[in-house]
Design a protein around this ligand. Structure first.
Ligand code: B12
Ligand code: SF4
Length: 480
């Protein structure tokens, strides 16, 4: 056999709303497999909004050597059902599960009918697994795997992450219905919003945030990123870009290099947004970002209470965030932010401080419930573990409950559930309905940018967002 035939399945996320993000990790794995000569098919249940029965119906269409599915931990429950269906339809195939859902392979292998878990970065491991399938070799010597052994779950040596991300080809976007994702416009108000990832990891260690790639951060080369922008621009006519890196601004010198390349390639005319950390940005960097087309930066604000920021190991000052917000506006960039509500230690005083911070900095956003995602420091905290087990009994039931995480999963505060919900609603009402700009700042921004039209567009865009999107309700924002 010269090549393995592989089916990659992308499980659905929140089927009741349009799909937002091409699974870049799965697309990257697909590209690596294809480059190695394997035959790769993709069943994108998320992009195509397929029901479980529709997916089941398609599973037996042709025979595969390897069927892999996975993604966020929130797909855990779905994958339980899916792997049962894969076993029925593809009895000869190796069933592989990977991505964030494999954060605890013991729980996964005890409850999901997969043969093997791919732990961490998937490209090399999947490449070697596919080759082993093709050659009918045992997979157990391949690094980065977990499987059921005789004495319980066994692990191969850990897989080191790839130090040079440019060794991976561009994700195989052509195998995914990218146009269905990109027509879901989140922020830009433009008809086609392409989403890209230019780095992996984040050097900070906030307690609620999870790092599948371990510590440290790796960056793709700027030229490879430009190549991808070009691809979306030419192939799909991308009208705006969203850089979904965990922390796009982590290295300011690279941001400057990126901005320079955007201008050099003429891409500064495409409006783009990114994630950011307030302490990585100053006026000089923000000006260059604006020049290169940046219209919005999403900050992980989390709280307006310094005590809670410290408890979350956010390593940032409330004042610093306020100052960066001010600088963003001065540079004609919208500072967006997400908040986490209900971390351990949240009380009436911290909520009041957060509301004050939002009003003072004209941040109109929803509150996400603090969710102890498996693998995070928050999750591993013994009192949090006790609360999870008291509520759910087993990790399996807790993982299932993470589902679409629109409501809270565990109450980490000292309030009762009802009271917590009431306080959250009250805080949201106090934060909402405040324009991010006063008339004075509109006028000032217009003078600075010498473009009243641009500012009006900016304001109209904010209004559109407010009307289109309900306040966020839950979870840990993928921010910076
Ligand atoms: C884009 C994004 C999304 C997209 C969807 C992304 C997707 N389908 O993969 C959207 C906007 C929908 C989303 C939503 C949420 N997200 Co999110 N998101 C991200 C973000 C910013 C980028 C993901 C990405 O493309 N990474 C780059 C690629 C290369 O990495 P990767 O996806 O991890 O893939 C690699 C490996 O994981 C593995 N792999 C991945 N899939 C598979 C599949 C198989 C079969 C195999 C073998 C391997 C494999 O191999 C890949 C290549 O190395 C990450 C942060 C980040 N930068 O990683 C957070 C992140 C993944 N999200 C996270 C969270 C918490 C959420 C939410 C729960 C937030 C919320 N409360 O609303 C929701 C969940 C919604 C839901 N109902 O399921 C957490 C992960 C939690 C977890 N343990 O899974 C992250 C890591 C943020 C963080 N630092 O805490 N998210
Ligand atoms: S919350 Fe943001 S800054 Fe903190 S670790 Fe996660 S990505 Fe990094």
């Amino acid at each position: 056999m010269s090549a393995a035939s592989v089916l990659l399945i992308n499980p659905p996320i929140r089927l009741n709303s349009p799909p937002t993000s091409v699974p870049v990790g799965l697309a990257s794995i697909a590209a690596v497999l294809r480059r190695a000569g394997h035959r790769v098919d993709v069943l994108d249940a998320n992009g195509l909004r397929l029901s479980f029965e529709q997916v089941r119906g398609r599973l037996g269409e042709r025979r595969y050597d390897l069927v892999a599915a996975g993604g966020l931990i929130t797909t855990y429950k779905y994958l339980k059902g899916l792997f049962g269906a894969v076993r029925e339809a593809q009895s000869g195939a190796l069933r592989v599960i990977g991505g964030g859902v494999c954060v605890d392979p013991r729980v996964v292998l005890a409850n999901i009918d997969a043969d093997v878990c791919v732990l961490g970065e998937g490209e090399h491991t999947m490449g070697e697994l596919a080759a082993a399938c093709r050659d009918r070799r045992d997979f157990r010597s391949i690094a980065g795997l977990a499987w059921r052994g005789e004495g319980g779950v066994e692990l191969s040596p850990p897989r080191a992450v790839e130090s040079d991300l440019d060794r991976f080809p561009m994700p195989a976007y052509d195998l995914f219905p990218t146009e269905l994702y990109h027509r879901t416009v989140l922020y830009s108000g433009q008809a086609n919003e392409a989403r890209l990832i230019t780095s992996r990891g984040c050097p900070w260690r906030c307690t609620f945030c999870w790092h599948i790639f371990g510590p440290g951060m790796r960056f793709r080369g700027i030229e490879a990123v430009m190549e991808e922008v070009r691809y979306f621009r030419r192939r799909e006519g991308a009208a705006s870009l969203l850089f979904a890196d965990e922390n796009f601004t982590a290295r300011p010198s690279r941001v400057l290099e990126f901005c320079e390349a955007m201008c050099r390639n003429g891409f500064h005319r495409i409006p783009w947004m990114c994630s950011g950390r307030a302490d990585t940005l100053d006026r000089r960097v923000l000006r260059q970002m604006r020049r290169a087309g940046c219209y919005r930066i999403a900050f992980g604000v989390e709280s307006g209470c310094q005590r809670l920021l410290d408890a979350m190991n956010k390593r940032i000052g409330v004042e610093q965030m306020a100052e960066t917000f001010r600088l963003c506006r001065e540079c004609n960039i919208i500072p967006g932010g997400t908040l986490i509500f209900g971390v351990p230690g949240e009380d009436e005083a911290s909520v009041a401080e957060t509301v004050r911070f939002c009003r003072a900095n004209r941040l109109a956003t929803g509150l996400f419930f603090a969710t102890p995602f498996p693998g995070t420091e928050l999750y591993n905290d013994p009192p949090v573990q006790r609360r999870i087990l008291a509520r759910y009994g087993t990790k399996d039931r807790f993982f299932e409950a993470l589902g679409d995480v629109v409501d809270f999963t565990v109450n980490l505060t000292d309030w009762g559930d009802e009271e917590m919900l009431r306080i959250k609603r009250r805080a949201e009402a106090a934060i909402k309905h405040q324009p991010p700009l006063t008339m004075a700042s509109i006028a000032w921004a217009s003078v600075r940018s010498r473009g009243l039209r641009r500012t009006a567009r900016w304001y109209a865009q904010w209004l559109r967002q407010r009307l289109a999107r309900p306040a966020g309700r839950n979870g840990t924002p993928p921010d910076g």
